[in-house]
Write a protein that binds this ligand. Structure first.
Ligand code: NAD
Ligand code: UD1
Length: 332
């Protein structure tokens, strides 16, 4: 099967390319490289010993997308391409709405035109807003605090309506929890530009000495130790979740949580990182970060029941692999 992977040179996309190739899929990657590097293609080929066809295109451009669809007999699309920085989305909402919504529509339209019936979409646990944990797929969505989150909720709605009107269109809306870690060989991983917003890359940069200490955003949440609780999932488990989703697609649009089902607090993650890697991570407690929820973790029973998929790697493996990648980063 030929699968178009948009955003395939990015963090989650590159790991999923590896998992798809290892599962026997052929892949075609489309990415405009606005937040990734073309070297990721070499790394994917190096890890898998398979060839990857790459197009440097912007998937909001209908013409480029249609040209790609006309060159390859595609069987499905996994749509990772998108802008994802929450804070930035508040500052430049037009870019976020335009990029994330238009890309979804252009790709869905091309699927219709070229008879491509399988579509997997990268959504986010952020669409649950401040619901009660664990988050279940059947919950009503609560407003998110930022345009990024709204683009995910809107894209889900658009794809659901398209699938309703075209019952043969099979869509999986995958709500990721907190992807962290890297491929165990240290060749691909998360390399954010500038100062990281997310916890794990911040921790690895403190461990490396690039940043002096972690700032823990609040210790007065109603959680075990007062710090925010999240469902960290190893990016390779998440990648394998995409293969499982593709293998088990069914008609209509269906939502699946991809997480571990386990909550870990900020301080628990720091301790796990120190234990896994034998490195101290200095930190200080500061004020809460606006927009953060206290706890966010998944009910993972639906993906387990329908895909036969569960996350296998624990928090120690996540911390170890994230650190190995950070150490190798200069060669990336
Ligand atoms: P990433 O930035 O590493 O990857 C996204 C890729 O999309 C990048 O390579 C970027 O160059 C590309 N891209 C963006 N706009 C494009 C366009 N118009 N045309 C072509 N390419 C374009 O991000 P990621 O962490 O790998 O996230 C992948 C997807 O998963 C995103 O849609 C993101 O919103 C979603 N997601 C990520 C997380 C997370 O914590 N990383 C959580 C939930 C959901
Ligand atoms: C963030 C995004 C969310 C996105 C998710 C996965 C925000 C507000 N939300 O969520 O939309 O879906 O990533 O990509 O950015 N923390 C610190 N110090 C830090 C960084 C984080 O204490 O320097 C804490 C946070 O308060 C939180 C936890 O660590 O409790 C995880 O934070 P982060 O990695 O940014 O992920 P989310 O907040 O879950």
């Amino acid at each position: 099967m030929n699968i178009l992977v948009t955003g395939g040179t990015g963090y989650i996309g590159s790991h999923t390319c590896v998992a798809l190739l290892e599962a026997g899929y052929n892949i075609i990657v489309a990415d405009n490289l606005c937040n990734s590097r073309v070297e990721a293609i070499d790394k994917i080929q190096q890890i898998t010993n398979e060839d990857v066809t790459f197009y440097q295109i912007d998937v909001i451009e209908e013409k480029s997308v249609e040209t790609l669809f006309s060159k390859h007999k595609l069987d499905g699309v996994i749509h990772f391409a998108g802008l994802k920085a929450v804070g930035e989305s508040v500052k430049i909402p037009i870019s976020y709405y335009y990029n994330n919504i238009v890309s979804t529509m252009v790709l869905a339209k091309a699927c219709q035109k070229f008879g491509v019936k399988r579509f997997v979409f990268s959504s986010s646990a952020t669409v649950y807003g401040d619901n009660t944990v664990p988050f279940v797929e059947t919950m009503d969505l609560l407003p998110t605090t930022n345009p990024y989150g709204e683009t995910k909720a809107m894209s889900e709605k658009i794809l659901t309506d398209i699938a309703k009107a075209n019952p043969e269109f099979s869509v999986a809306l995958l709500r990721y929890f907190n992807p962290v870690g890297a491929h165990a060989n240290g060749l691909i991983g998360e390399a954010p530009n500038g100062i990281p917003n997310n916890l794990m890359p911040y921790v690895t940069q403190v461990a490396k000495g690039k940043l002096d200490k972690l700032r823990v955003f609040g210790n007065d949440y109603p959680t075990t130790d007062g710090t925010g609780v999240r469902d960290y999932i190893h990016v390779l488990d998440l990648a394998e979740g995409h293969v499982a989703a593709l293998d088990n697609l069914k008609e209509g649009a269906h939502i699946y949580n991809l997480g571990t089902g386990k909550g870990t607090s900020v301080l628990e993650l720091v301790k796990a990182f120190e234990d896994a890697n034998g490195i101290e991570v200095p930190y200080e407690i500061v004020d809460r970060r606006p927009g953060d929820v206290a706890s966010c973790y998944a009910d993972v029973s639906k993906a387990k029941k329908e895909f036969g998929w569960t996350a296998k790697r624990d928090i120690i493996a996540m911390c170890r692999d994230a650190w190995r990648f950070e150490k190798n980063l200069k060669s990336y």
